[in-house]
Design a protein around this ligand. Sequence first.
Ligand code: UDP
Length: 486
Amino acid sequence: MDSKPNQLHMVFFPYAIRSHMIATIDLARLLAKQGVKATIVTTAICETRFSETIERDRELGVEISIRIIKFPSVEAGLPEGCEDSSSLTTPEMIPKFLHALTLLQHPLTEVLEECQPDCLVADMMFPWATGVAGNLGIPRLYFDGSSFISTCVTDSLKRYQPYKNVESDFEPFIVPGLPHQITMTKLQLPTYFTDTTDKHGFHKLMDQILESDLKSYGVLMNSFRELEPAYSEHYTKNMGRKAWHIGPLSLFNSETKDKAQRGDKASIDEHECLRWLDTKKTNSVLYICFGSVFKVPPPQLRELAMALETSALNFIWVVRMEENKEKEEKKEWLPEGFEKRMEGKGLIIRGWAPQLLILEHEAVAGFMTHCGWNSTLEGVCAGVPMVTWPLCADQFDNEKLIVDILKIGCRVGAQEWSKYEKKILVKKEDIEKAMTRLMASEEAEEIRSRAMALKEMARTATEEGGSSYSDIVALLDELRALKRSK
Ligand code: UDP
C-alpha cells in the first residue's frame, strides 16, 4: 500500500553500463524529490557505485530505495561479476551476455509482483520490459540514454540505407529525410549497418531495441527542447513516438558531494583536484575525457600526449587503461619524461574523475570529449566549448550536433567508427589545430559565447516553468491520472 494517497510508485531498472546507470539514478532521484516513491532495481556490484548518494537522500526524507537482484552471469555461462558489455573480453562471451540480459526478466518480475508499482522505467537495453510491465497491467517507460539527433539518424539509416549507394568507405552520402543536411561516410557507421553477419546476435537485439520505443507507453529523453528542437519534433511527429524531455539530468545534482561521487568514487580527492584548478587562470585549462567505457589505444594516446606537450594549454587528462596492463602500456603511450615535464601544467587522472565538478570550474575553457551523450550534455550545461573526438556508438551523430548545428565545438577529424583498434590515427598536428581553434583563435570567443548561451537555456529548461520541468510535471500528471482510472 502507498504511504500517501495517490502517490506514484515507480520502479527504475537501469542497465549496468556506467553512463546509463548515472542517468537513470539521476532520474530516479529527481522524481523521488518530486514526491514519487522510487525503487531502483540493480545488482550488488552496481549498487556500491551510488548507494551513499541514495542514503543521503533517504536521510533527507526522500522516498527512494534500492532492491538488489542477482545478475545471472553464471547461469548464462559467464564468469561471476560479468554484468555489463564492458566486462566482455572475448567475442564468444557476447551471446552468453545477451542471454543473461533476457534472464533478468525473472528476478525483475518477482520484484514487480511484490512491489506492485504504478510504472516501470526500464533502460533501452531491455526490449522485453514492455511485456513484463504489460503482464502486470502497468505502463513501461522506455529510457533512452542518447540524443534525439542520433535516434533520428539511426532511423533514417535503417529506413533508407543510403550507404548502399556509395562505392568506398570514404565517399560521403547524405542521410535522407532529416531537418539538416547530414553527411556521413561508411567508415563512420556502426557495425550494425555494415556487418551483415550478426555472428553474435547483437544486431537482433538492436532491432528489438529500435522497435521497442514505439511499443512502450512512451520515451523519456535526457535532452531539452531548446537543444535539438528540429530532431525532437522529427522524432515525435515524423517517427510517431511519444516522448518527454526530462534533461539535462546532470543539472539536478546540486550538492558538491553528489557531483563528486556521481557514477563512482573518484580516483582523485575532489578537493585536491579543485585546488589544482584554483591555481590556474580563468579559461586556461583543457579537460580531456573519453567517457566511462571506451579505451583509446596507446598509439593514439601518444599522439595526444605530444600535442599537449607542444601546446600552451594547461590540461586535466583522464586516462583509462586495461587493468593490469597499465605499466606495459605506459611505455607505449607516454613519451619519456612526459609527466615530469608536465608538472604544474597537466594533471593526469588514472581511473574515475569528478567530471561535473571539473567542468563547472571557471579555469576550464574546453572539453576534449568522445561526444558520449552524457558528456555532451554536461559540456553544454557547463557552457564549455568542446574539442570533439568521437569513437563509436552514437558519438559521430552527437559530434554533428555540437560542431555543425550548435557550433560550439571543433573536431579533431576522427574518421573511423570502431570500438577497438583503429586503423586511422588522428595525428598530433590535427589535434593541435582543433585545440588552438577552440581555445586561442579569433573564432574562440564566438564559440564560447554560443556555449554560454546554451548553458543558460539548459538551466532555464530545468527550472520551474522551463520546458523540461513542465514535461516532467506533465508526465507525472498523466501517470497519476492513469493510476486513478484503474
Ligand atoms: N564520467 C565521470 N568520470 C569519468 C568518466 C566519466 O564522471 O572519469 C561520467 C561522465 O560525467 C558522464 C558519464 O560518465 O556522465 C559518461 O557518459 P557518456 O554518455 O558521455 O559516455 P560513455 O561512458 O557512455 O561512453
